[in-house]
Design a protein around this ligand. Structure first.
Ligand code: CIZ
Length: 311
């Protein structure tokens, strides 16, 4: 890219020229959140994708999110800045292995966390996000047997608050599995005025320490409501950008990981996005997310069911 190119200006110009909408996830870097038409969590972004009148969707997040936007909008062009922006949760549940797993439970319905491939969604009764997982699970009668995939930590947490005994697929998010209980306790001891808040993708010992557990949107709402002035936050560090914007006078400390040298609070896939890549992607309308028509047709059903329930 010519260093003289003013990226933000150019991105905004191209977006207008091409009638595109930019949807950014809470976990991408601050400037990529600030340039978006809509910034949010997977549920909000799926809703925004369902409601947009733009001709092209630029998804600044990870691949499964762009796939979801494509499934909802099969006739629109959906592009994302880096096709390699994957998700450890989505990768943890390959479709063939999941099909064999599901076959062992023929009388179970399948709830799939949105952090999954389109192929997995074709084998699903309903999709959920962390913002609506409890509501989606409770939309089934109590005696309905359920499989929850792919996040065992979120599934286990929902089991614990609903009293259900969903069968859990053995998947996890590599960012949320990295937190160190010992270091969090140490940090809490040193910051007794701070509240520790955590995302339900964290492991149970971490969740047991938390004053509040919730999706990114729920955590963001919580820090605005709480009287506390300081928070230790156990989720991907991108959300701190919105928290700081919403509460400039409060202090947000990223929860420490087991290996503090690895920058584990960052999702390496989310962080593949950059303003440069966004500019190139908009300019050349590449890379594009495409899916076979039969996958779109089958995967749309459980996503639409979720959107109906979450209106
Ligand atoms: O649902 C999402 O977007 C994710 C990955 C986390 C959250 O809680 O928002």
């Amino acid at each position: 890219i010519d260093p003289a190119v003013k990226l933000v200006e150019e991105i905004n110009r191209l977006k207008k020229e091409k009638n595109a909408v930019i949807l950014s996830h809470f976990y991408v870097d601050g400037p990529l959140q600030d340039i978006a038409d809509y910034v949010g969590d997977s549920l909000g972004l799926a809703q925004a994708a369902a409601n947009t009148e733009a001709e092209m969707i630029v998804f600044v997040g990870v691949h499964f999110m762009a796939e979801t936007a494509k499934i909802i909008n099969p006739n629109k062009k959906v592009i994302l800045p880096d096709l390699k922006a994957s998700c450890s949760l989505a990768e943890s549940a390959p479709a063939d292995k999941f099909a064999a797993f599901k076959a062992q439970y023929p009388d179970h319905k399948v709830i799939t966390y949105i952090n999954a491939t389109a192929a997995l969604k074709t084998m699903t009764d309903i999709v959920c996000t962390s913002a609506n997982a409890k509501q989606i699970v409770e939309s089934f009668p109590k005696d309905q047997k359920l499989i929850f995939a792919p996040d065992k930590n979120l599934g286990g947490y929902i089991n614990s608050i609903t009293g259900r005994e969903m069968v859990l697929w053995d998947g996890a998010c590599m960012v949320h599995e990295q937190y160190s209980v010992e270091k969090i306790i140490d940090l809490m001891d040193k910051n007794t005025d701070a509240e520790f808040i955590a995302h339900p993708e964290c492991e149970k010992p971490v969740l047991l320490l938390a004053k509040h557990i919730g999706s990114t949107t729920a955590l963001l709402n919580y820090v605005q409501k709480s009287e506390a002035k300081k928070f230790i936050v156990a989720t991907e560090s991108g959300i701190l950008h919105q928290m700081t914007k919403a509460c400039p006078d409060k202090i947000f400390i990223p929860a420490p990981s087991v290996d503090s040298t690895c920058g584990c609070n960052d999702c390496e896939y989310m962080k593949l996005n950059s303003l440069q890549k966004l500019y190139i992607c908009l300019k050349h309308e590449l890379p594009e997310v495409t899916l076979p028509a039969d996958v779109i047709e089958k995967a749309r059903i459980p996503i639409q069911r979720m959107l109906e329930i979450s209106k």
